[in-house]
Design a binder for this molecule. Structure first.
Ligand SMILES: CC(C)(COP(=O)(O)OP(=O)(O)OC[C@H]1O[C@@H](n2cnc3c(N)ncnc32)[C@H](O)[C@@H]1OP(=O)(O)O)[C@@H](O)C(=O)NCCC(=O)NCCS
Length: 189
């Protein structure tokens, strides 16, 4: 039983590996994906990216958890993560990117986020999760709402406008089985 692998009905969350670097580089250099993530496309060449990538894998930070998102057929389609994990307040920010466009709008991102949320509340001991998404990113807002996040307030940071969304552990536990379906299907392998 590998506790770091989480299986859902459409996706599997697994630890990142060095083999993900090609996909990650392609996605992070993609202008449309960067815009959806409110960031600039990566400019560094692949060699430099790989060096940073391997350093991150070798020296993981305890307040960050990264997962690759695979389909059930083991195709890598994206990544999700929790960061700024604060073990005192029990709060963390979460983020997700389904890099492979063929899998947008088909429930893969929503389930991946729900599995990440479940891990953070049930395994990592978090009590409140939050995220920022661009106001105009209607697909993301709807996917996150479908996981149980609710919109708290708009956030203006001098650039594009974001929406702050959050969910508490109590809220998650109240409707977890509705989002994930049969809980037995969404537990660690
Ligand atoms: C945001 C993201 C994680 C959502 O995952 P997904 O698998 O595409 O989304 P889902 O299919 O689970 O849910 C999308 C919801 O939005 C709806 N939707 C799809 N396309 C839409 C669009 N263009 N406008 C509005 N709503 C849309 C879907 O109908 C669905 O809602 P419903 O099931 O309640 O009807 C994924 O699209 C993604 O990673 N996109 C690229 C990067 C990104 O935007 N990241 C978010 C940064 S905060």
């Amino acid at each position: 039983m590998d506790e770091s692998i989480v299986r859902g009905k459409k996706v599997v969350l697994r630890p990142k590996t060095a083999d993900d670097a090609d996909d990650d580089y392609r996605w992070r250099a993609d202008p449309e994906l960067a815009e959806l993530d409110a960031t600039a496309p990566l400019r560094m060449d692949f060699g430099e990216f790989q060096r940073h990538y391997h350093d991150e894998m070798r020296y993981p930070t305890p307040w960050v958890r990264r997962y690759a998102i695979d389909t059930l057929e083991a195709k890598h389609i994206g990544n999700c993560m929790a960061y700024d994990m604060d073990t005192v307040t029990g709060e963390a920010e979460v983020g997700i990117m389904v890099g492979d466009r063929k899998y947008w709008g088909k429930g893969y991102g929503r389930e991946a986020m729900a599995l990440l949320v479940d891990q953070m509340f049930q395994i990592a001991g978090m009590r409140r999760l939050y995220l920022h998404t661009l106001e105009w990113n209607a697909r993301a807002r709807r996917a996150f709402a479908g996981c149980g996040f609710h919109e708290l307030r708009p956030v203006r940071r001098g650039g594009p406008n974001f929406v702050l969304m959050e969910m508490t552990r109590d809220e998650w536990m109240a409707h977890r089985s509705k989002v994930l379906g049969d809980p037995a299907q969404a537990s660690p392998e």
